[in-house]
Design a protein around this ligand. Structure first.
Ligand SMILES: [Zn+2]
Ligand SMILES: [Zn+2]
Length: 314
């Protein structure tokens, strides 16, 4: 009965109609403005207000000198034609190339290194040599910066490493110090680089898949490039002073010399001096860093950060 009365009133009284619409408007406005004490208007607040943001903790880094660097050289690369490698070393080194090295053999060798807690180049090289299809080595001087061409001899008849998924890496390149007297100067004793080389079955272009650094005390560090804000990705740079922490997988600092003086993407006023983790974007300065919980480039949540550059830059 009451409902029928209300419907009649709604249909015939314009005043009632206007009153209902106004009431709805006022209630909605009150909710949005928070008059009832509800916490509705979250979307009206700026997400980077500042006062509630706790800055990401700074990762403690140690400075180590890495005597090894290896890049894939220019020119075409394929399994039958070989690949050019460009080692850049601070000391005379030997470059050992293992073609078609079994994946578990490399992982096993790295685990053996970790469990023995000391580095033995003969143990590592012998373990890889036994489980690969072809291996040979070069001497690399510290000044000549020569490119080395490695290829599987044609008489072995190896043209590919089988269909995917594979149990062999196309090429594993190991750099070790050639002279015993240089051994004591560096904490890093070897660099292991896994290189993809295209063949008929899988023709992804040649590239470095992983790069590990082995220390004298049985640690294995994975070397990863940083992403600089100005020129896209940073290639692994020359073996200058590098930073790493003491955990098992540090993020190494590369190409910093080229990045010096680049503008912070936020304030465009100061040089980029912080690297965000885990996304590895080097894009902000020290004063802008505490204002962000998310990376300004990729929006990834910032868990940690570290200072870019050498100790003297801090
Ligand atoms: Zn800034
Ligand atoms: Zn990022």
């Amino acid at each position: 009965m009451a409902a029928v009365f209300l419907v009649t009133l709604f249909e015939y009284s314009p005043l009632f109609y206007i009153a209902v619409v106004s009431l709805c408007f006022i209630v909605t406005a009150a909710m949005v403005l928070g008059w009832f004490g509800f916490d509705v208007p979250v979307i009206l607040r700026s997400s980077d207000d500042g006062e509630s943001i706790t800055p990401a903790p700074e990762k403690r880094m140690v400075q180590v000198t890495n005597p090894f660097a290896l890049e894939v050289g220019s020119g075409s690369a394929c399994v039958t034609g070989g690949v050019t490698l460009k080692p850049v070393c601070l000391e005379p080194c030997s470059l050992s190339c293992f073609w078609g090295c079994e994946i578990w053999a490399l992982q096993g060798a790295l685990q053996t290194h970790q469990s023995h807690q000391r580095f033995s180049s003969s143990l590592l090289l012998e373990a890889l040599k036994q489980r690969c299809l072809f291996s040979h080595s070069f001497h690399v001087g510290c000044v000549d910066r020569q490119e080395q061409h490695t290829v599987i001899p044609a008489h072995l008849g190896i043209t590919d490493f089988g269909p995917l998924p594979r149990d062999r890496y196309p090429l594993v390149a190991v750099l070790t110090l050639a002279e015993d007297e240089a051994e004591n100067m560096y904490d890093i004793k070897a660099s292991v680089t896994v290189v993809h080389v295209p063949d008929d079955k899988y023709n992804l272009s040649a590239r470095i898949l992983f790069q590990y650094l082995l220390t004298s005390v049985g640690s294995v560090y994975e070397l990863k490039p940083l992403f600089m804000s100005a020129d896209g990705t940073a290639e692994p740079g020359p073996p200058e002073q590098q930073h790493s922490d003491q955990r098992d997988e540090p993020n190494e600092e590369d190409s910093w010399s080229e990045g010096r003086g680049r503008d912070c993407v936020v304030c465009q006023n100061a040089a980029v001096s912080r690297v965000l983790l885990p996304c590895r974007h080097a894009c902000v300065c020290g004063s802008c860093l505490p204002r962000f919980q998310h990376c300004p480039i990729c929006r990834a949540f910032v868990l940690e950060s570290f200072v870019l550059g050498t100790a003297s830059d801090r």
